[in-house]
Design a binder for this molecule. Structure first.
Ligand SMILES: Nc1ncnc2c1ncn2[C@@H]1O[C@H](COP(=O)(O)OP(=O)(O)OP(=O)(O)O)[C@@H](O)[C@H]1O
Ligand SMILES: C=C(C)CCOP(=O)(O)O
Length: 246
């Protein structure tokens, strides 16, 4: 069996400039591609877009800055659960057997910020024919209350632990772009692209493209970053966009 881990970028499925606003057309578009895909085992992770980053920013919470305020936990996690419900229902409309895995309820960080994400339930879900769906969320963090765990970190953690065969990031851009906005076909070291990597153009507490590339270089397996137009090609086994191989 071949395992694919795919992240649907929050900037793809939401309108990242308007708080708590779905991009329903794009969500339908990517859900169509997932619904039509012929793949054995699939784990989906979605980002936060305007459902998580605005709330995290309002409460001053990021991957490194924590909060012990229950209202912050409920606000951020609640917004992400709402977005997750939209994602799940669009997938169900296409008969994708998608089931939720709520990171806040299962994951944690230790005092060195090391993420611990149990994957046995995800493996069992796959074995039973489900498509587990995770999402960027708040996560309890030893000594800091809660911090943010990005969908990118969840992808790399699941992919590493379950030895994924293919890892894909569907974002709004066709790949990592160079200074002339051309897609860089392959990245093998952070230094080679550090100058062109920036944060997201919208509110984003998890580091935008720079955070994504850094996380993927540490994965130890190749991963692709591509735009929604290329999602079907990726799910068909091609390697569109930028291939990151640390
Ligand atoms: N060199 C670069 N090439 C491509 N995109 C870049 C680059 N530098 C910065 N970016 C920004 O990074 C964004 C992609 O990162 P972002 O974190 O927003 O993606 P996402 O995973 O789709 O969203 P989310 O984090 O909400 O899930 C692009 O939309 C762009 O604004
Ligand atoms: C801001 C929150 C809650 C999660 C961020 O996840 P990402 O959109 O994958 O970076």
């Amino acid at each position: 069996m071949s395992l694919t881990v795919l992240k649907l970028g929050g900037s793809v499925i939401t309108d990242k400039d308007r708080p708590d606003t779905l991009d329903g057309e794009m969500l339908d578009y990517v859900a169509d591609a997932v619904g039509d895909a012929q793949i054995d085992d699939l784990v989906l992770v979605h980002g936060a877009g305007s459902f998580g980053h605005h709330h995290a920013s309002e409460h001053g919470v990021s991957k490194t800055v924590g909060s012990s305020d229950v209202a912050a936990v409920i606000d951020i996690h609640g917004a992400m659960e709402t977005l997750d419900q939209f994602v799940l229902s669009r997938l169900h409309e296409r008969d994708v057997p998608a089931v939720p895995v709520h990171p806040f309820s299962v994951a944690s960080r230790d005092s060195d910020a090391e993420l611990s994400l149990p994957v046995q339930q995800i493996a069992t879900m796959l074995g039973e024919g489900f498509v587990p769906v995770l999402y960027g969320d708040v996560v309890v963090h030893e000594g800091k209350g809660v911090t943010i765990v990005s969908g990118d970190e969840l992808v790399t953690s699941v992919a590493r632990q379950l030895d994924a065969d293919r890892v894909g990031f569907c974002s709004t851009v066709p790949g990592v772009l160079d200074e002339d906005d051309a897609v860089i076909p392959e990245i093998t070291s952070y230094e080679s692209v550090a100058d062109v990597l920036g944060e997201s153009e919208s509110t984003d507490v998890t580091g935008g493209m720079a955070g994504k590339v850094a996380a993927l270089l540490e994965l130890g397996a190749p991963a692709s970053i591509f735009a929604p137009d290329d999602l079907t090609a990726f799910l068909d086994g091609e390697n569109p966009g930028t291939r990151i191989d640390g």
